[in-house]
Design a protein around this ligand. Structure first.
Ligand SMILES: N=CN[C@@H](CCC(=O)O)C(=O)O
Ligand SMILES: [Mn+2]
Ligand SMILES: [Mn+2]
Length: 320
């Protein structure tokens, strides 16, 4: 597999006196080659603002992946062994569907080569591309039981506007595709805000059989109940796609999004969910959506988003 067209951005502090144990991500990151993909954590950027623009949001997430790489580069390496940066899929202008299709092809190829893809957005239209890659990979199975776990303040189950998808529609588009394929649509949305989703969206979620949990019910003291909901969902699927919309975090922790959350879900709860999803052994692919460095404050959002990528990579690598 070839590197996608992008500038190599991995640089940072070198603690040479510490030897191997002093290693950081920028020192470990490799370009993709046929023989270094199996059992690797493979990063892919999705540089796309079109979905958020179509959804009347604040653009800037197209710069998210490169800003995340800049922060990740200086992070220490613990469990993650083989780290590969495949580069960026870039959306040209409003050509969102073409970018999603390209992302699906890249994810499917990485899965076929036994890598674990982590895709960094970009708006949440990334989900249609990432899921599409997993669906392609599993399409030879008659009825793959795919489960989507989304940490998000929003359902993202909107109907198309002007006959177009956006960052607000990906899971409704996936539901439509599953129906067309005769597959079940298994969607678990955690962190939903009553104050950021219309009654129409709650109704659609219920009609589609979505498992959802409000931000109100995802405090630290309710963590066991949240994990029980998650475990019940995971028990009935075989292949998991995990997606984190960073706007699930409180605005003070994650200002760097199009639609910051007034309440949100604490980082410790988000990370507990992340660990539980990985521990299921069913996770195939993950992405992080909506990181928009333009609205960051002193790189607080970048640090948090990079921590989530590193935590995910560590947890996945422990199982490899
Ligand atoms: N990606 C989804 N965005 C949300 C929030 C939109 C907004 O409040 O600006 C949605 O469509 O519901
Ligand atoms: Mn959201
Ligand atoms: Mn979202």
């Amino acid at each position: 597999m070839n590197s996608l067209n992008n500038t190599w951005r991995w640089q940072g502090r070198v603690d040479a006196v510490e030897g191997e144990l002093g290693t950081r991500w920028h020192q470990r990151m490799q370009r993709p080659q046929v023989d270094n993909l199996s059992q690797s954590i493979a990063l892919v950027g999705f540089n796309c603002d079109a979905g958020v623009a179509r959804n009347h949001g604040r653009v800037g997430a197209a710069q998210g992946a490169d800003a995340l790489r800049a922060m990740l580069g200086g992070m220490p390496v613990h469990e993650a062994k083989q780290l590969v940066d495949v580069g960026n899929v870039s959306c040209e202008g409003d050509a969102m569907e073409a970018a999603q299709a390209q992302l699906s092809a890249v994810v499917a190829e990485l899965l076929q080569r036994r890598a674990f893809p982590i895709v960094m957005g970009g708006g949440h239209e990334i989900a249609y591309g990432t899921f599409g890659g997993l669906a392609q990979h599993l399409s030879t199975l008659e009825q793959p039981r795919i489960g989507i776990v989304n940490l998000d303040a929003h359902f993202d189950l909107r109907l198309n506007e002007n006959a177009q998808g956006s960052s607000g529609t990906p899971f409704r588009q996936i539901a439509d595709d599953c129906a067309a394929r005769g597959w079940d649509f298994n969607y678990c949305c955690l962190g939903v805000s009553r104050f950021a989703n219309t009654a129409a969206l709650f109704k659609r979620a219920d009609e589609l059989g979505v498992t959802w949990r409000l931000d109100d019910d995802m405090g630290v003291v309710q963590l066991n109940d949240t994990l029980n909901v998650l475990h019940d969902f995971l028990a009935n699927v075989d292949h998991v796609y995990f997606t984190i919309d960073l706007d699930v975090l409180p605005a003070a922790v994650m200002p760097a999004v199009s639609a910051p959350a007034a309440c949100g879900v604490a980082l410790s709860v988000v990370e507990a969910v992340l660990e539980a999803v990985v521990a299921s052994g069913k996770l195939r692919v993950a992405d992080l959506a909506e990181f928009n460095p333009i609205y960051d404050v002193d790189q607080h959002g970048a640090r948090t988003a990079a921590r989530l990528v590193a935590r995910l990579a560590n947890a996945v690598a422990r199982l490899m």
